[in-house]
Design a protein around this ligand. Sequence first.
Ligand SMILES: *[C@@H]1O[C@H](CO)[C@@H](O)[C@H](O)[C@H]1NC(C)=O
Ligand SMILES: *[C@@H]1O[C@H](CO)[C@@H](O)[C@H](O)[C@H]1NC(C)=O
Ligand SMILES: *[C@@H]1O[C@H](CO)[C@@H](O)[C@H](O)[C@H]1NC(C)=O
Length: 593
Amino acid sequence: MNSRLATFLLLVITLSSSRPCPRRVDAAREWLSRGASIAVEDHATDVLRSPDGTFAAGFYDASPTVFTFSVWFARAADRAIDSGGNALWQSFDFPTDTLFPAQWLTAATRLVSCDRLLSAGYYRLGFSDYAMLSLFYDNGNFSSIYWPNPYFSYWQNNRRIYNFSREAAIDALGQFLSSDGTNFEAADLGAGGVRRRLTLDTDGNLRVYSLNEAAGGTWSVSWMAFGNPCNIHGVCGANAVCHYSPEPLCVCAPGNESVDKSDWSRGYRPTFRLECAQPTKLVALPHSDFWGYDLNDGEVMPFRDCANKCLENCACVVFQYKEHMECYLKSVLFNGKTFPGLPGTVYIKVPADFHVPEFHVHQWQRDGVGLAIQEDIAGCAAATDGDRKVLLKISASISTRDAGKPVWSYLYGFMSALLVVEVIVIGLGCWLFSDKGLFRRSRVYAIEEGYKLITSHFHRYSYAEIKKATKNFTDVIGRGGSGVVYKGVVDDERVVAVKVLKNVSRQSEEEFQAELSVIGRIYHMNPVRMWGCCSQGKHRILVSEYIENGSLAQKLFDRDGSDDDDVLDWNQRFRIAIGVAKGLAYLHSECSE
Ligand SMILES: *[C@@H]1O[C@H](CO)[C@@H](O)[C@H](O)[C@H]1NC(C)=O
Ligand SMILES: *[C@@H]1O[C@H](CO)[C@@H](O)[C@H](O)[C@H]1NC(C)=O
Ligand SMILES: *[C@@H]1O[C@H](CO)[C@@H](O)[C@H](O)[C@H]1NC(C)=O
């Protein structure tokens, strides 16, 4: 049926068919014969229908004056523009914003979102340079990848990279599979005979829709990539914060002029000018972040130092200060979002005499199928009606601290066991890893879409996997009070250190989980990074990154047989000592906060 349909579409689209058979010239016809035409004026009735009545093609009214030649499901209730996705594709080889079962997304194809007038929007679904299926935002000035979760690295997102077959498709039963490991299912998985489509919507969210023909041909959402649209990049434009409450709202950051009053996704213009030499102050916005445009690499430092660094740097317009004392200076206010539970506070730099006004808000509305659309409200400053205003909790004092206070009581017991290994690798880690891999420094965040708090973002390995990775526990690289450490290679070819914990048979699964969730929040360049764990039966195993060149203790004390080139010089020893001290200071300052 598909090849027949494709042929049919091709004939329609090229409009150059030389099919000889004469056809009726009434409104709903199957063929367009040579010399015949379809009139825009009669777009409502003058359409082509597939033989079984499933599909229709004709002029689609994007606005009273704009029409595009499109194909759509004839059985869907209406093809009005407001639900933003009933015009399906322009040809089978080049899907536009929609992928159907049996269509392939390949290296050469991509889905592009439509804007409100059905021209190409800023969102795109395709394979990245690393062959990872991703959602991209690109408005010409700003671009970024926002799916899979950009705060995670590829393995934390359960993806594979560098599989250059680059193919992805959704099957007739509602299962989506891709060569990079992307895998999701429609809520009505397996229901046969249901028409489904995967659409990159106008708002940048990727959704699977299922057609309910019994209920008059309505499309319902059966999967979507983002429960919280504030995690989609560019939703609110520049100088704005997306406020999830739980409906998303766009709030202008201090300064209140919208760039384009008819389209607030274009963002806002600050009403103040930041001159380099002028005195500035900081406005705190708790539980917020602006993604990207970092001027530094999340260095760990006390709050005062971070604030001073931003105040002294003309390029810095905002900084985020997170738990674990990470400081991110940023040059642009973009991809802003705020919702309770988001770790970290942003501090926006404004002139010292700037009066911080209330933040005005533009409301999102939901239509029947759950698609968030924008309501047009004249510019930000004009929104005076009380319902449309949300006063974000802001504070003008730079002493505001918002770092979370996690339960660190577990940490000491567990860390003392880990410390021996930690200290050894901390030093060498510091010394050896001046050159960082592609994904080593990706920022770990405990927040996913839709408010869901993930307490632990470790990969869970089975005991069999660990056994295979360590070749049945053969390569011992260290022994400590808490267990033996083995070298291993896991499935995605990462070399890992595997620590099999001793004397933990009395420890419950919950205790182990609680400890892991604390360790999972440690993110610092000196302590070795934990990647995964295994808790099966009586086995409790930790999987962490593997640091080459053996342990520091070996370097310092086991001098037999090694040549003199291997001796650490004083400069190296000094840097190792600093690295160890930084790692310890990080662990201790967290404990005391
Ligand atoms: C990109 O930047 C230019 C110059 O600043 C501006 O005129 C244009 O409107 C921007 N485009 C978008 C989509 O923001
Ligand atoms: C790459 O993806 C294809 C599926 O698209 C799969 O058949 C193949 O095994 C994958 N290759 C590797 C090395 O994982
Ligand atoms: C911005 O807000 C301030 C006070 O909040 C107001 O005085 C000013 O007129 C507003 N600017 C515009 C362009 O509406």
